[in-house]
Design a protein around this ligand. Structure first.
Ligand SMILES: [Zn+2]
Length: 252
């Protein structure tokens, strides 16, 4: 049986299908760009008329061609796979470190590009190139994207929190109001009423019910544990006003 990928036509067929079995079998060069590639290079395939074949990378190099930066034709396909895998691991690690920095507040370690490169064991310039090739943007741009995602998440969480009322407030619920089911806030033993789907206008704590005895300021401690004399300004949302007392403690 003839060895595969020895004829020009079988090689051209391998390029067109990016046949993985041909990955280490030969090298091709594009005469217009002066670049040589492995047969499975993900770059757009050049026209047949502009392509010539070589036995290996050494031969292509000797003919004056430069190695493609995408398919790294000097490496065996096993090394190439290892290289690809390394890039993925580096990106995962960086995403993890920057994620911790962004969610950790003031106390969190602040990472510079140089520190990140050292952490993953690469030179700064190689790290930057590898990162950009894998992710498609610079480390700085990536951090900015992460930060805006993080802010969005925090806004959502804050919104959710405000809609959770301590269970001790149940006695302030008017008779007409159907109490939602008790829930346990994630990561705590405290029970809450999930008010997310209850409209404030039909629930308690609206500005109109300000004088309702059981929600008088005297019966509350503020978040720092002091007696409340005046409730905070009502918050306006969806055209309705309500008092956000979720961080206050009812005393009677
Ligand atoms: Zn290539």
């Amino acid at each position: 049986m003839q060895r595969p990928f020895t004829t020009a036509s079988s090689r051209w067929a391998a390029l067109q299908s990016r046949d993985p079995r041909a990955s280490d079998a030969f090298i091709y060069s594009v005469i217009t760009t002066k670049i040589y590639c492995r047969p499975t290079c993900p770059s757009r395939l050049a026209r047949r008329a502009n392509i010539i074949f070589h036995q290996d990378a050494t031969e292509a190099k000797a003919a004056g061609f430069r190695a493609c930066k995408r398919c790294l034709p000097g490496l065996s396909s096993t090394d190439y796979a290892a290289e690809e895998n390394k890039a993925k691991l580096v990106v995962e690690k960086v995403a993890d470190l920057l994620g911790k920095e962004l969610s950790g507040g003031m106390a969190a370690k602040k990472w510079t590009v140089r520190m990140l490169a050292t952490e993953v064991g690469l030179t700064e310039s190689y790290f930057c190139r590898l990162f950009k090739k894998e992710v498609g943007c610079t480390v700085g741009e990536f951090r900015a994207k992460l930060a805006s995602l993080q802010q969005e998440l925090e806004r959502e969480e804050a919104k959710e929190k405000r809609n959770l009322m301590p269970i001790s407030c149940t006695k302030a619920i008017p008779e007409t109001f159907e109490a939602p089911t008790e829930q346990c806030a994630i990561g705590t033993n405290e029970t809450y009423l999930d008010m997310t789907d209850i409209h404030w206008n039909t629930a308690f704590r609206t500005a109109d019910e300000f004088n309702f005895d059981s929600i008088h300021p005297d019966n509350y401690l503020d978040p720092s544990g002091y007696n409340v004399f005046v409730f905070p300004e009502p918050i306006e949302e969806d055209g309705f006003q309500f008092l956000d007392l979720s961080s206050f403690v009812e005393t009677s």
